[in-house]
Structure formats: structure tokens, C-alpha cells
Design a protein around this ligand. Structure first.
Ligand code: GLC
Length: 649
């Protein structure tokens, strides 16, 4: 059961859409207030597990950590960094008592969870205004499901968004994109989309193309589409200050940008140089911004990634910017040369010096900061709903709880290292707990150079995440799957994703339509697996145990009940295994996973992209009797549970 306690006059975040009973007191917490904040404390039992917080550092069990909800553009994905790109203020306590709490405020929130062995949860909300949602249920899983259903229906991507995609910061010309499509086709590796990073633009302006590199963009989109490859452009939060540019002029005329203290439009330096931020808190500005995507949909685009929407600020009108060399500054930040705390101080100063128009009232950005990215997703999504008569792909870097109704998320600028593969494994269940089903990381890592081994192991994990995109940064080595010598192993592992698509798509859609999680911790279903974070349940039928250690050719797997072990290296080989713990061999060109007892896994034949998707000829693996297959045309909006049919063995 969900109830809420209202403190002060909370900002309307729209995170929760369900009608919720109001309670007088925060039953589970000891509450204290001072002039500027409200704090909540809860004494933990020794064996209590604390889940939640979505996209944060740390483990799936958040005990022992300190985390700060303050959306930040940061490539420092280490445990000493308390803030990543998103704020998901939801905790689940599971132990002596089982309950959930969602601290619904876009202000800065500090979570200390058994930090320094304090034995308690301490949450400090740096505001006097918030809705505290409390959820009571018998199980942690049940608590999460209640939150997800209170949020409202999750974003539903088209089928092709579950295909495999390639991306890189550094593709510039049509030729670069053709080469990638050719490379995949030549090597017989499936591919559904290629992302276009900021270099497609004219001087990094949103809603523009570099005319020299893309003389006829509509024709190019159609050409690639004819080859089964969709193009997915990036859109950044800031609009370049450029008198004469129609988008800029319209934004100024309509007053759709955030204001500075003096009442002018706030200027922030990002990739294009100085920009104005659309006021995503204002419905009129959201409508206007969403409308701009017509520029892309007219050219045939059907998918987008929204970036820099924490919002990222390299410098501003208040913090000293470079004279000419913005690019150098961007690089310095990228390479971590600027001291982090200096940057943080400057950012906070900037965030305190611009304003949103909320119902006619000027609200300081700093006080609603964590909502900005999610509201950009909302603006885009609502715009695309109006522009297109079918589903679209959309994922964002920054988010707040509730944004899952509008689009997916990716987890930002990770690095090509084994720790970040494991971080990806931890993020997926935590994001799902907060309702973000369509999610994934930069497979292979964004920063640094990826080895053949790391990419293969990472792909073998990403093969199960809804968003499966290989992305890398500007100055890294090539990371396309055909660049690492013999492509056979890549063909097999990415090929596996496509053979599993009938299951992945079906499980995703059922989870989204039933307010369920798509990926969950194994212990949500098998309590004996408590503490095992490197195995996950994917959908109703599968348990995965990815290899996340360099040099390993086998790994320990806990099988919590009798299951079917599936070994895939071009063919599916199934073998029953009894409950127990095993060392399982996993060669570099293999994926090993498990089908739960009494369940089935439908697999399709090998295809090169989702245009060949076919559920008329599925093979059912496992020892179950029937499987509920969700199937539709993969594109139109007619998605209901009526699209489920039962397959029998
Ligand atoms: C940001 C994004 C990254 C992108 C880059 C250039 O760092 O997180 O994915 O490649 O900007 O647009």
C-alpha cells in the first residue's frame, strides 16, 4: 500500500500519477527539521538489506555508502563520487521490517545508509517541501512493483529499439556512417541502428545538419533505412545563442528560455559555445521544444538520444569562460584536468543564478535541479507523440523518477574497464526498481580503449539489456564489433541477442504493461541467493551469470533451484542442472545462462536486423509447459495485454 506525507508546499514533480492516500506522519522514520532541511532517520537491523537509488555508485545493497541526489555531468564513476547523472530517491528496506520510501523532491538530497557503520539510514532533504511516499508490502519485490504502478505506464519503445546499435563520438560524414553499416554487413554481424553524435550538427546546434557533410539528409536517412539501419541523432539541452537562427529566435520571442537574475536569458557554455536552456519546467516551453523535433521527423528519423541535460555547464556568464578556446576547456573537463571541487563550486553558483517559470512564479533552478533532465525527456516524448503516429526510440542521460513514462535512460560516460561492466550489472536491477525498464550502458565503455575480451564479455551481458548500444568517446580506439580481428565470436554473441528477441521484447512489453520489473536481483525470487549481485533474473524465465572478470574462462554460479543450463555458441545446447553452486566454464565466444524450472524460453532463427523479425517459427527451450508470448507489429501504439498468446510445448 502506498501513502504519502506532505511537508510544506512541494513542487509538482509529476513523479507519481496514482491517487494516493494521505497520512499524517512518516510512520517508519524519526523526522527532524531545521531552517533549511528535513531529515529522516531509520534504525537498521543487522541483517537488513537496503535497495534502491537507481543510477548511483555502490552496490545493489546500498548499505555502507553515502549518495547525493544532485544530477551531475561526470565521467568519474567511482565509489568516491556521490552523484551521477540522475536522481532516483527511492529506498527499499528489506529485513526486520520491509517497506519502501520515495523522497519526492527535486532539491539536493543526501542519503547515508549505514555509512561508517552508523547502523541507520539518514536522509537529509535540502528543502522544507516534499512528498514522502511510503510503501508497505510483504516483500522488497512487492514494494518495487507498487512504486512502479504508482508512477504510471512505462515508455514503450518500438521493436527496432531492442536491436543492436553502434555509436561513437567522432562519426562526422555520411561516409563514416556508411562505413559502419558496411563493416557490420560485410562481417555478417547484425545491426539495427547507428547513433549520430554532435558532429552531425552545424557547429553543435540542435536542429541543424552540417550541410557539407549531409547534403540531403532525408535521402541519406532513406538510403540507410533501405539497408535496415536507422539513424538516431543526439539532441543536447542547450540552444546555441545565434541571432538569426530560427530556433533561437523563436525561443527568445516566446520567452521559452531560463532567465538570469537580471531578467535576461541565462547563458551557459556547452558544446556549441554559449547556449540558452529551454525552460523545461514550463509546459509552454516544453510544447515548443517538443515541436522542434519536426525538423528530424520530417527527414524520416524515428529515434533520439537526449544529452547534457543535468544540465551540463562547461562555463557560464558568471563563471570565467575561455576567450576563444571553448574546445580546449571542454577537453580539459573531459580529461579531468580541472579540479573537481572547483568545478562543483562553479556549477552550484551557476545553478543558483538562473530561474524557471513555474505557474507564473520564478523558481530558482538549484531548487528544482534534479527534475530538469526528466522534463526534457517529457518535452521530447510529448512532442514525438504528436508528430508521429507510431512508437519512437528515446533515451536520456539525466532523469528523475517518473521520467520512465516518457523514455529510457543510458548511464553516461563510463570507461572501458571491468569495474564498469560490473557497475552496469548493478545498475540494471536498481534502475528497474525505480521504473526505468528501457536502459543500458555504453557497451564496451565510453572512455579509454576497449580490449577484445572486455567487449565480448560486455556484449554477452548487454545482449540481455533492453538498450544494447556500443558507444565510445572521441579519442578512443575503434570499438565497432568488426574491428577486433576474427569477427566470429562477435557474430555469435550479437546474433544471440537477435535469437532471444522474441523473449526480450515479449518480457519487456509484459513487464511495462503490468508495472513489473524486467531485470531483477535473483534474491527477489530466491531468498537463498541473498547478496549475489553478479547474477540477475531477466524476465520470467531466465537467470544470467555474466563473466565480469578479466582473464576468467569460468565463473562460480549459484543455481537456486533445479534449472536448465543453456550454452550458446552459435547453437543452443541445453542441459538440466540441479540446485547447487558450480564452477561453470564460459569460453570467450560463448554465453551461458539458465532457464528457470517450469519456464520456457522462446528463441527465433538467426536474423540480421529487426526487419526480419519473425515469431512464426519459434523453438521453445526449457522444462516448462507453456509460455505467454507478447507479440505485435513492433511499431504502432496498439500495445495491450490482449496481444499475448500462449505457446505450448
Ligand atoms: C557526452 C555524452 C556522450 C557523447 C558526448 C558528445 O559526454 O555522455 O555520450 O558522446 O557528450 O556528444
Amino acid at each position: 500500500m502506498v501513502s504519502k506525507v506532505v511537508y510544506g508546499k512541494p513542487v509538482k514533480t509529476d513523479a507519481i500519477t496514482a491517487e494516493v492516500r494521505e497520512a499524517k506522519k512518516a510512520g517508519k522514520f524519526v523526522v527532524s527539521e531545521d531552517e533549511k532541511s528535513i531529515s529522516f532517520r531509520y534504525t537498521l537491523g543487522a541483517g537488513d538489506v537496503v535497495y534502491g537509488l537507481g543510477e548511483t555508485m555502490g552496490k545493489v545493497n546500498k548499505r555502507g555508502g553515502r549518495y547525493i541526489s544532485f544530477n551531475t555531468d561526470t565521467a568519474d564513476h567511482t565509489d568516491s563520487n556521490p552523484s551521477l547523472y540522475a536522481s532516483h530517491n527511492f529506498l527499499v528496506v528489506d529485513g526486520a521490517e520491509t517497506f519502501g520510501a520515495f523522497f519526492d523532491t527535486p532539491a539536493r538530497v543526501i542519503f547515508e545508509i549505514d555509512f561508517h557503520g552508523s547502523g541507520e539510514i539518514r536522509v537529509v532533504c535540502e528543502t522544507k517541501h516534499l512528498n514522502l511516499y511510503q510503501i508497505e508490502n510483504e516483500s522488497a519485490y512487492g514494494v518495487c512493483r507498487e512504486l512502479i504502478s504508482a508512477i504510471g505506464r512505462c515508455y514503450l519503445p518500438p521493436l527496432w529499439a531492442f536491436g543492436y546499435g553502434q555509436s561513437r563520438f567522432g562519426y562526422v560524414t555520411e561516409r563514416d556512417f556508411r562505413d559502419v553499416a558496411d563493416g557490420y554487413a560485410r562481417n555478417g554481424i547484425p545491426l539495427d541502428y547507428i547513433c549520430m553524435d554532435i558532429d552531425y550538427m552545424d557547429r553543435y546546434r540542435d536542429f541543424s545538419f552540417n550541410g557539407k557533410n549531409f547534403p540531403s539528409i532525408g535521402d541519406f536517412v532513406a538510403e540507410m533505412r533501405g539497408r535496415g539501419v536507422r539513424l538516431v541523432p543526439i539532441v543536447d539541452a542547450g540552444i546555441k545563442v545565434e541571432p538569426g537562427d530560427p530556433v533561437y529566435e523563436e525561443g527568445v520571442k516566446g520567452g521559452f528560455f531560463c532567465r538570469n537574475k537580471e531578467g535576461g536569458f541565462f547563458k551557459a557554455g556547452v558544446w556549441p559555445g554559449l547556449t540558452h536552456f529551454p525552460d523545461f519546467m514550463d509546459p509552454g516551453a516544453r510544447e515548443w521544444f517538443g515541436r522542434q523535433y519536426k525538423f528530424y521527423t520530417d527527414a524520416g528519423f524515428e529515434g533520439f538520444w537526449n544529452d547534457m541535460n543535468e544540465p551540463a555547464i562547461f562555463y557560464s556568464e558568471y563563471t570565467k569562460g575561455p576567450k576563444n578556446s571553448f574546445y580546449q576547456l571542454a577537453l580539459d573537463i573531459f580529461l579531468g584536468k580541472r579540479r573537481r571541487n572547483k568545478k562543483e563550486r562553479e556549477l552550484i553558483r551557476d545553478y543558483k543564478s538562473f530561474f524557471h517559470n513555474m505557474d507564473g512564479k520564478m523558481v530558482r533552478h538549484y531548487d528544482v535541479h534534479n527534475l530538469f533532465g526528466g522534463m526534457m525527456t517529457r518535452a521530447t516524448s510529448e512532442g514525438l507523440e504528436r508528430l508521429l503516429d507510431h512508437r519512437f526510440m528515446l533515451f536520456s542521460r539525466s532523469s528523475y523518477i517518473g521520467a520512465s513514462r516518457y523514455g529510457g535512460v543510458w548511464t553516461g560516460d563510463n570507461s572501458s574497464c571491468w569495474e564498469h561492466l560490473m557497475l552496469n550489472v548493478r545498475h540494471m536491477p536498481s534502475l528497474n526498481m525505480c521504473g526505468f525498464l528501457y536502459s543500458g550502458a555504453d557497451t564496451g565503455g565510453f572512455g579509454g580503449n576497449c580490449s577484445r575480451e572486455l567487449l565480448l564479455r560486455w556484449l554477452a551481458f548487454s545482449a540481455f539489456t533492453p538498450l544494447m548500444r556500443n558507444h565510445t568517446g572521441k579519442f578512443t580506439q575503434n570499438q565497432e564489433a568488426y574491428r577486433f580481428g576474427d569477427p566470429d565470436a562477435f557474430r555469435k554473441i550479437i546474433g544471440l541477442r537477435y535469437r532471444l528477441l522474441p523473449y526480450i521484447y515479449s518480457e519487456y512489453m509484459k513487464a511495462a504493461l503490468r508495472s513489473d520489473m524486467y531485470i531483477k536481483p535473483v534474491e527477489f525470487v530466491y531468498p537463498e541467493a541473498k547478496g549475489i549481485e553478479d547474477q540477475l533474473l531477466v524476465g520470467e524465465s531466465l537467470m544470467i551469470a555474466p563473466v565480469v572478470t578479466e582473464g576468467a574462462t569460468r565463473r562460480r554460479v549459484f543455481v537456486p533451484e533445479d534449472m536448465t543450463r543453456v550454452r550458446y555458441n552459435g547453437e543452443f545446447r541445453c542441459e538440466p542442472v540441479l540446485k547447487g553452486a558450480y564452477d561453470v566454464d564460459v569460453a570467450l565466444d560463448e554465453v551461458v545462462f539458465f532457464i528457470r524450472h517450469g519456464k520456457l524460453l522462446p528463441v527465433g532463427r538467426a536474423i540480421m536486423n529487426t526487419s526480419e523479425y519473425d515469431v512464426s517459427d519459434l523453438t521453445l527451450l526449457g522444462d516448462g509447459e507453456s509460455y505467454e508470448l507478447y507479440t505485435d507489429d513492433g511499431l504502432t501504439r496498439d500495445c495491450t495485454l490482449e496481444n499475448i498468446r500462449t505457446l505450448r510445448k
